[in-house]
Ligand binder design. Sequence first.
Ligand code: FAD
Length: 460
Amino acid sequence: MDITALEALRGALRGPVITPQDPEYPEARTVYNAMVDRRPAAVVRCTDAGDVMDAVASVRDHGLELAVRGGGHSGPGLSLVEGGVTVDLSPMRWVRVDPVARTAEVGGGTLLGDLDHAAHAFGLGVPAGIVSTTGVGGLTLGGGHGHLTRKYGLTVDSLMSADVVLADGRFVTADERNHPDLFWALRGGGGNFGVVTSFTFRLHPVGTVALAITLWTLDHLREVLEWYREFLPRAPDDLTGFYAQLVVPPAAPFPEEIHGRTMCGVIWCWTGDLDRTDEVFAPVTRPAAPAFHFTTPMPYPALQSMFDGLMPPGLQWYWRGDFFDRVTDEAIAVHATYAEAIPTALSTMHLYPVDGAAHRVDPGATAWGYRDAVWSGVVAGIDPDPANAGKVRQWCVDYWEELHPQSMGGGYMNFMGADEGQDRVRSTFGAQYDRLAQVKRSYDPYNLFHANQNIEPAPA
Ligand code: FAD
């Protein structure tokens, strides 16, 4: 990296500027997905919005490549550009809850677990993803879905405002009244429009929830999915359950006799009256006799971190997604084929419900392109061993290609693989793409923020 650019950065910033010569460099360039191995020229750890403004200005003025790191969880490792500069928000990891106003202000580098923990102290929470080490930044800007989505909507539906450093160096607050076009685009358009230094969320009541896990052997897959596709959309908003195909992990609460067996199942969450748990979960064992059925109450943050141990950082990941408004018979046949062929113990396929409250938001109100989707599906090939990277990728691609014709045509931008191309970006944003490209032209006409699922600025 040009020495004057480096000196300019070091001179301007309060946070450290880490380069390949520094002992912290190997850790600073490590992201969640170990399949990603890129060497940025510098990782700039920003302590506040002032650091972000200086870093963005310096990178832009020296003509360098820019990437932004929230939690570093994206599948394609979008927070690293080979030879570029990463604006790393990890020092900006803080949450301030206002329990009276029921809002939370959150730093741009905060992780979901930080937010869940801080809000839970007041019996409150935000709908977001299901693994606590995921960054609030990338998840929110892509839309965000999880256990509370049927009850309270997508993560962006609870976003009240965002502080943003723009490509031209300006710092603005975007909300319904100020920069409404930018605020619209931030709610589903990804990191295309600037660096969000803090988010303000509306909080919702959530305390102890009821978890249920119901697993069946694969010979019941067809009847389970035929039942699930009818049951879930008609269930009350307080009940959600994502469908999964998985290899049963060798850990509690699963009994030893099913460890290592490939099964299909549903991971349920009930946010209603806990006295009604037995009644609510009674129908879920009806499609066929389950191999395993387990229910327990648990604090919401405990549910949110339940999968952390199973999916630590440092695994090989390749994933692809699509939205579905129905589960067709043809899709069930594809699921059956690829469940039988699951390549490794951690590889999986999930269908996350995105209906309920998320359906009651005006389709034009945010940049989320698929308000009519009922499920956000993801196929994920996962394994600790780099030698299996090709195998898990191939299974994922083959599965996705056979399933894709049964989808709505686009997938969740946060479930896009590394190499899906610009046509897929367009179908990901669906009907919102052209408006997003107009907003991009207004706020980032030279496409400084392009280390993302990139929306090219509309031509002038
Ligand atoms: P990063 O790699 O840091 O960033 C991703 C993108 O967002 C980059 O383009 C980056 O530049 C941009 N970005 C991040 N922060 C900011 C910011 N503050 N300002 C501007 N741009 C920013 N998603 C769900 O919706 N629900 C789930 O349940 C869910 N589960 C997941 C489980 C696992 C194990 C993993 C790995 C991911 C999961 N995801 C889920 C997907 C997740 O939403 C994406 O991986 C998301 O990109 C993570 O955001 P991040 O900030 O950690 O990632």
